[in-house]
Design a protein around this ligand. Sequence first.
Ligand SMILES: [Zn+2]
Ligand SMILES: [Zn+2]
Length: 209
Amino acid sequence: MSSCLSWQLSQAFHEGNPTIPDGASNPMARIQRELEAIRLIELGARANLICQLTDVNKQVVSRLYRQLTGAPSAPGLTPFTDTWYIKNDRLMLHVSVVWRLFRQTADFGCSAAQQLIAVYQAYVSLVKTPLLNITRVHFVTRLVTTLSWEERGCPECRANYLAPVDRLARSCYGCTLYFDQRCRHCNATFPLHKKGRPRKRCLACGLVR
Ligand SMILES: [Zn+2]
Ligand SMILES: [Zn+2]
């Protein structure tokens, strides 16, 4: 969307709305927040999350939402637990990618909305098939700040990754997925059973997993 069209949209949605949200004394700041709201809508964020991150009036966000997508936002936010993430190692691998992006952008001095936009755009451009939508990406930080997840160092690849505090596995999720297919000792590929699952014993060196 061009900045000109964004600005026109911003003006249009304030017509007839005398209740100007916080920051009205600085119209440029208000327009900036509304542009962030528009970008978040384009990236698939729900209205409640957008209000939370941008401080833009909910009525304004709802109007922007209908104008841009042709439909109202789905109500509420995703339930706040890590159940959905931890059911799949691949999802948790993506979580660690996202977490590193949050860490790398933490000192940029941008707003929470700007940081989420930057992280999500970088994430979808980095991975071939993104598994996390923008809401799931946002909740990664929440799960760290509520101490449900912690950052750890992987002894296999030396990378930092995120894991639930009660997870017992010693490797990161990337290495866990890798060593599901290959022997930790000799790096040979585990042959598959007829059912398609890797065998438990390495045929090259005899190591049992
Ligand atoms: Zn690792
Ligand atoms: Zn082996």
